[in-house]
Design a protein around this ligand. Sequence first.
Ligand code: AOF
Ligand code: ZN
Length: 338
Amino acid sequence: MPNLDEKYMKMCFELAKRGKNNVTPNPMVGCVVLDKNGKLVSKGYHKKYGKNHAERDALLKLKNNEAEGGTLYVNLEPCSHYGKTPPCVDLVIKHKPKRVVIGMKDVNPKVDGISKLKAAGIQVDFILEKEAEFLNRRFIKNMTMKLPYVVLKTATTMDGKISTQTGSSKWITSEKSRELVYKMRKDFDCILTSSNTVIADNPLMNQTKWICALDKNLRTDKNSRIYSNPNTYVASIQNTPLKDDRLDLKAVLQELFNKGIYSVFVECGGTLAGALLKEGLIDEVYQFIAPKILNDNSGISCFNGDNITEINDAKELNIYEVKYLNPDILIKAKLNSF
Ligand code: AOF
Ligand code: ZN
């Protein structure tokens, strides 16, 4: 019954999202249990890093053997390893469901719960795999690439400019959009910015635990507002390898990952944005577009990267959300970066 499978998997997604920001770097996982008559008997989710996984949370609520002969839904393959918690798959098998419906395979190489379920005679089905992967895209990037998930925010005119040729840029988007940016920052471990932005705007950026400023030649003033955060990390020629005479951007992101930074919100000008895009280091773009047209040939573009002559060489994105913020719009789009 594919419709019911979709319904209960979507319920798992909603349960999983309750763990958002509390389970990092673990995935967000929800679980729904039906008895042999198809009646929903338990729900659970992974609430906090290091605490019970979703399946354990759901199954431990059962008083008897209600799951026997029933169906267990979970948006991630049950784990089979000893981490901070014991393997979920053993507990699932103990409860003897007839069928386990999974959203996505776990990309953690330590995990092979599916074989264990099958060996125990349990039917394993997949549903809404793409959606399940999208939900846990940060986890997949972190686990498979050992890099933080990178979202670049930009605010442009309708002709894609972030400032005039003289650098005049305050403000392109409305106050409402800028307030939304402050809220967005809270979903990230770190803001990444450039020395140019620090020198031009002297932003405070105090909504994330970490700030990383790319300042190759240590040009920023030590009294700049970002330095009021004790966790501001300056990547410079002193601690970062160079690539083509510039800071090696991938090396910076690797260093951030090693510090336990799993997500990065980039707020910078066109040069750094263009360089990150060229290196394939951006996972998503959040683009605010104001109802303005600059009509200036020398205005600064939000991506000032390269000399591209073929339209076929343009980077392609998948837009997954468009919001009308009146007067601006916000586009959220994902690159196929991993
Ligand atoms: C599941 N259900 O709800 C989650 C899973 O250190 P641990 O024990 O918390 O293990 C973390 C790993 O377990 C994590 O990297 C991922 O592979 C998996 N997460 N698995 O069966 C869950 N959160
Ligand atoms: Zn588990």
